[in-house]
Structures are given as structure tokens and as C-alpha cells.
Design a protein around this ligand. Structure first.
Ligand code: ADP
Ligand code: MG
Length: 493
């Protein structure tokens, strides 16, 4: 792996400008809401939705004299995420006040972590377009979320909903190791996947549980880093890609005209597909960070951290490697099956003790295909792993052909029931009785003398005969037996 700061993207990722090639440099600050019942410093519910200002304690509303009390579970979740990102866990970290005024921030400051975050450096492997890149993690810190201002409820009034105020966020800051919109999208997708595996963030972008600030600059390939702009609060993976591409072109345009980039904070306008200036970049000193006098430094016990480490689930990279070796899957199939933990578990239930490739085919092509078509999640699949496994067995032991298996799958999907019982009740058993197959073969040969002439010269035409016999037996003949018998009777080898 190349030194992170020196990594130069492949030429195909460069952008052609009027005066030569440019390379995009990206660093992301991902805000992930911690999956927890209550908020970071209060006992109020952290649940999404609900009537405005329903989940607000006196602490979240910043009533004078209220004191924050750290929620141990949120710290555990941050540590778990840090371990999942192969990151350094800091035994001692500090909560600071980040001071600014905004109507949705009643305290007048956000409790965050600045110089000493709970999690330090780590790394994430990201597969993008068949390559694997390593994105460095700079840090992960815990902080409070703000409330939400509602401007669209009334023509000349704004409202504030404090339900989100005080919810725990993990801010995950990457190193500037990302080199294209595709890489940025793949990176966020991977972070989301890891946190969903860990159960530390639900990754629901529509509900705002995962959003990112995207830092973009451009440079000549391999040259020095340029001045960056930070695009705030991009809340969908597709928008991230659009925002990066737009912003890079804007900066290249300015630089090629002989201008310079102002370091600033920008907004992405999804409707127009553009970024626009929000404010010049604020500096850390603008926030007057100082340690929160209401909170003690966070001191973590090594044994406590180790216990969390012991409970980590198998993560996507490890699972993919194991699926490839245990079930002889391709990297592509393994990555499709492991996209979600629930689908990987489902696959393993089907594959255990069976042909892994065949199980993967059935899970990916038939089941996932059908689930996608109907917009259903794996959790709500009408065909269980036990049922699908039974179908795979019926094909494997020659009871039914692959073609009939699709019909059985369809019946199980719509009506439920045991695949083996369905095969018996509907007489779907594959015909291996050579007498019956021989009669069908003879009929097809007798009815098609011209084709019989042709197949002698062109043996690949045998497939046509097999197809005809399968058709006349309602798909129930054993295709291998049909093929063997046809070869014998037509005298081809
Ligand atoms: P700040 O505290 O001012 O936001 P940081 O040093 O924490 O600055 O960096 C914030 C993000 O900006 C990080 O994700 C980092 O990788 C990214 N970044 C830093 N320099 C550049 C650059 N030249 N181009 C693109 N991204 C950058
Ligand atoms: Mg920042």
C-alpha cells in the first residue's frame, strides 16, 4: 500500500482541464448517529421521529443548572466502532465545549471532543471498480447533535424541534486519501456497512443517521495539495458524487483562469446539482474550544475495551475472505452476499453442508432478484433458508431439474409449504425412467427427419433435440439422461 499522502490516482481518474490533467483530493467527515436508546448526556429517548419536542429532557433544552451525565453505552458504541475500524482506542479523552450561536443549539455550545478524541488513527479497505484502496482514519470523536430548525411550516415563522438535540454522534474523520467521487461513494458505503455489522449506527441516510461533510481540493497529479473547500451535510451517496464532481470542476475552472481558491464552507444544492458558498472557513479558534467543566475526562479501562473487542462480530472483509475459501465463491458473489449481515447469515444457512456455489446462485439470482423486484428486505423473505436449502437438495440429488426448481421456488414464494411435499403432491419429480424418456426421444426423432440429417453434420444441434424432449415431458425428464439417450440413438458421440 502506498504512503497515504503520496497516493496518485490512476490516469483514468484524472480530470482533463484546458491546461492539462488534474487530480481530485478528498477527505470526509462522516457524522454517524450512535445506535442507542437514549442521548449522549441525558436519559431522553434518542428515537427518530415522534411529535416535535417530545423527546427533550431539561438537559437537552439547556435549562440553567442542568448537568450532563455521560451515557456509558454511547461510549461503548464509539469504542466498538473504533475497534471495527482497526483504530487506536485512547484510554483517556476529553469533552470540550465548541461555542457557537444557533437557534437549534440552546446551550450556546456543542459538547464535542477536540484535541483528545476517544478514537485515534485507523484504516478502512475500500473496493472500488475492481481495485482495493486504503483510506486512513484520522480520528473518531463523540459529540452531541443539535436540534432541527423548521423553516417550511409557516410563511414567516421558523420553529425549533429539539428531539435530536443531545443525541450522540460519532464524527469519523478520514485522511485526505480519497481521489475520486467513485472512491468517496465506496468509502461511505463501506463505513456504513461496517457500522451496520457492528450495530453501532443504523446508517439510515433518509432519516439523517448518516451524513457527511466532504472536503474537496484539486492538484496536478502527484503535486502538492491544493486549498480545500468543505461541502456541508451531504445526505445521500448519490449527492456526494455529484457534489464532488461539480466542486472539482469549479475549482479547476478558477485555477486555470489564474485565480486562487478561497478556503470556504459550501452547501450542495441537490435541485440544481451545484455547490455554493455559505461562509468563509471558520477556524478552530473561532469556536473558543475549552474542556467542559461539567464533565470529567473519560478514562477507559483496558479490560473493558478488551471485552468489547471480544464481542465484535466477523466484519465484511473477513467474511468475504472466508466465503471465498469455504464456499469457493468469486469475490463478486462473496461481496454481494455480505453486503448486509442478515443476507450473509441467510446464505450460510442455505450453504451449510451443501454445494456453496449452487447455494450462492440460488440466493443471489432467484431470492435476491425476487426480493429486489418486490422491494422486500431479506428479513421479510417469504422463502426461508430452510425452504431454499431443501430446493437446492432436491436439485442436488436429482429429484427435480433446475427448471422445475424455479417453479417450486415460485410456489413456495406465493403459497409457502415444504418443497419436497410440493414436488410429490404435484408430480414434479424428474423422470429418470428410461422407458418413458425413450418413448419421448423416439417421437421427436420420428417427427423431425430433416433435423436428424442436420445434427449428424453439426452435433451442437443436439441441444435443440434435448430442448424438444424436455418440452414434451413438461420439463420433468432428467436432462442428462435425455442427452445420453439422444446421442445413442442419433449415433453421435
Ligand atoms: P478542520 O478541523 O479545519 O475541519 P481537519 O484537518 O480536521 O480540518 O480536516 C478536515 C477534513 O479535511 C479531513 O477529512 C481531511 O482529510 C480533509 N482535508 C485536509 N486537507 C485537505 C485537502 N487539501 N484536500 C481535501 N481534503 C482535505
Ligand atoms: Mg472539520
Amino acid at each position: 500500500m502506498m504512503d497515504s499522502a503520496k497516493r496518485v490516482a490512476e490516469k483514468k481518474d484524472w480530470i482533463k482541464g484546458a491546461t492539462g490533467d488534474w487530480e481530485i483530493v478528498i477527505g470526509m467527515e462522516v457524522h454517524a448517529q450512535v445506535l442507542a436508546k437514549s442521548k449522549l448526556f441525558s436519559g431522553a429517548s434518542a428515537e427518530f421521529g415522534g411529535p416535535p419536542n417530545d423527546n427533550v429532557s431539561l438537559v437537552d433544552a439547556a435549562m440553567p443548572g442542568m448537568l450532563p451525565v455521560i451515557n456509558e453505552f454511547c461510549v461503548e458504541q464509539a469504542v466498538r466502532t473504533g475497534l471495527g475500524l482497526k483504530a487506536q482506542i485512547n484510554r483517556r479523552s476529553i469533552f470540550d465545549r465548541k461555542n457557537y450561536f444557533y437557534p437549534d443549539l440552546p446551550q450556546g455550545y456543542q459538547i464535542s471532543q477536540y484535541k483528545q478524541p476517544v478514537v485515534g488513527e485507523g484504516k478502512v479497505l475500500v473496493d472500488v471498480e475492481g481495485r482495493s484502496i486504503e483510506v486512513g482514519i484520522e480520528r473518531l470523536h463523540l459529540e452531541q447533535d443539535a436540534g432541527k430548525s423548521l423553516h417550511d411550516q409557516h410563511p414567516n415563522m421558523s420553529f425549533v424541534d429539539l428531539n435530536r438535540s443531545g443525541c450522540a454522534l460519532m464524527e469519523i474523520v478520514s485522511k485526505p486519501d480519497i481521489r475520486s467521487a467513485e472512491e468517496a461513494k465506496a468509502y461511505v458505503t463501506k463505513l456504513r456497512q461496517i457500522m451496520r455489522y457492528l450495530d453501532t449506527c443504523d446508517g439510515n441516510m433518509e432519516q439523517g443517521s448518516l451524513r457527511a461533510d466532504v472536503n474537496v481540493s484539486v492538484r496536478r497529479p502527484g503535486g502538492d495539495f491544493g486549498t480545500r473547500c468543505e461541502i456541508k451535510n451531504v445526505n445521500s451517496i448519490r449527492f456526494m458524487g455529484q457534489a464532488i464532481d461539480y466542486e472539482a470542476r469549479r475549482q479547476i475552472g478558477i485555477l486555470e483562469d489564474g485565480g486562487t481558491i478561497d478556503q470556504e464552507t459550501r452547501l450542495f444544492d441537490a435541485r440544481k446539482g451545484e455547490t455554493r458558498s455559505m461562509r468563509s472557513k471558520e477556524e478552530a479558534h473561532d469556536y473558543r474550544y475549552f474542556p467542559d467543566p461539567d464533565l470529567l475526562p473519560l478514562e477507559l479501562d483496558q479490560a473493558w475495551i478488551a471485552r468489547i473487542g471480544d464481542t465484535l462480530p466477523e466484519l465484511p472483509d473477513e467474511k468475504i475472505a472466508r466465503f471465498m475459501s469455504d464456499y469457493s465463491l468469486t469475490a463478486y458473489d462473496a461481496s454481494v452476499l455480505t453486503a448486509e449481515r442478515a443476507s450473509a447469515d441467510f446464505f450460510e444457512q442455505v450453504a451449510r453442508g451443501r454445494d456453496g456455489k449452487m447455494a450462492a446462485n440460488w440466493v443471489i439470482n432467484e431470492l435476491f432478484g425476487r426480493l429486489n423486484k418486490e422491494g422486500k428486505a431479506i428479513e421479510n423473505t417469504p422463502v426461508s433458508a430452510v425452504q431454499l436449502g431443501e430446493i437446492v437438495d432436491l436439485i442436488g440429488n436429482g429429484t427435480i431439474s433446475g427448471k422445475i426448481a424455479k417453479d417450486v421456488f415460485e410456489i413456495v414464494w406465493t403459497e409457502g409449504g415444504s418443497p419436497a411435499a410440493i414436488v410429490e403432491a404435484r408430480g414434479l419429480r424428474q423422470v429418470t425412467d428410461t422407458g418413458a424418456i425413450a418413448r419421448a426421444v423416439d417421437e421427436i426423432i420420428a417427427a423431425n427427419p430433416d433435423k436428424v440429417e442436420q445434427v449428424k453434420a453439426k452435433p451442437t444441434m443436439l441441444g435443440w433435440f434435448v430442448g424438444q424432449v424436455m418440452k414434451s415431458t413438461g420439463g420433468k425428464a432428467n436432462p442428462q439422461a435425455v442427452s445420453d439417450l439422444l446421442r445413442e440413438k442419433l449415433e453421435i458421440n
